[in-house]
Design a protein around this ligand. Sequence first.
Ligand SMILES: [Zn+2]
Length: 350
Amino acid sequence: MCNFHSLDKYSVDTLSRWLTVLKSAYLKALTKLKSSFNFQLYYSGLNTKSNNFMKQRTLKQPIEVIGVGLHSGREVTMILEPAGNDFGIHFLRTDIDNAPLIAADAFLVTDTVMSSNLVVDDIKIGTVEHLLSALAGLGIDNLLVKVSDVEIPIMDGSALNYVQLLLKAGITEQSAPKKFLKLLKTVRVEEGDKSAQLEPYDGFCLDFQIDFDHPSIPKDTQHYLFNFSIQNYIENVGNARTFGFMRDIEYLKDNNLARGGSLDNAIVLDEEGILNKDGLRHKDEFVRHKILDAIGDLYLAKYPLLAKFSAYKSGHGLNNKLVKTVYSDPNNFEIVTIDDTSILAVHYKI
Ligand SMILES: [Zn+2]
């Protein structure tokens, strides 16, 4: 029978060494257990049968920005606020008492002259497409956008500042599954020689062709194929600026448009070339901006798409008609969630 009192010094030393070894082994086992416990905790939400999906996203905290309205020319304050599961993207005019929430919904678009404008109860929020493009580009599902005037500030004419703003606020995953609109059939709309089409595709890809006869828009810069990933969006599309022609400025002024437009928020072309002294951000910046616009217009479907988009000379109006046509027949689409381990999920990694 073992008795400490009967142990000699050698035995005590041996026991002490063994105790040290045992204690060390115990601590190692405990650490391993804790880390595997953490691992389980972290992954259990993604790997259990009921939770095996990509999650919806919102911002970690509200963030505010002040800019200028492209068409009004007035200063606008915009606050982006986190929102709960399945809230979607909504706008709220803070300059109007009891203003209604305005959903980012293709069926609320009333006019698409130069930009996409949404209206509820005669309350309008304009030029939403670049912000919506940034939200789609960063995979944000739920957000309340408070705006102090009739339109979203234009910033630099691309989605770059919105992307920076969203990344600064931080993006967080929520508990509900992220929903996608999956195309089941090819849907095509045409107007004159312009066309826009969505077809079934296991991912999100945009193929855009423009057609301009201008020395600063060479033919080999008029086509762009964009395979969606957040990284690809930020690097190649998000910073492509809107553009306009000097010859159109009279028309814009006559229609009270582009009052806030300047070389700081658009690429401006005259008959010979580009007026912006720093030139282009990409040699094919024009068609990349059309992709940026299309991503924003298509996000008015209220879900990110699982589809291939192909367009020839399309714009806000035709893109909007395409989304509405998809919804006109329930056989065209289904709303799905996707497995967090799918290849598509990688495209949504930030
Ligand atoms: Zn645009």
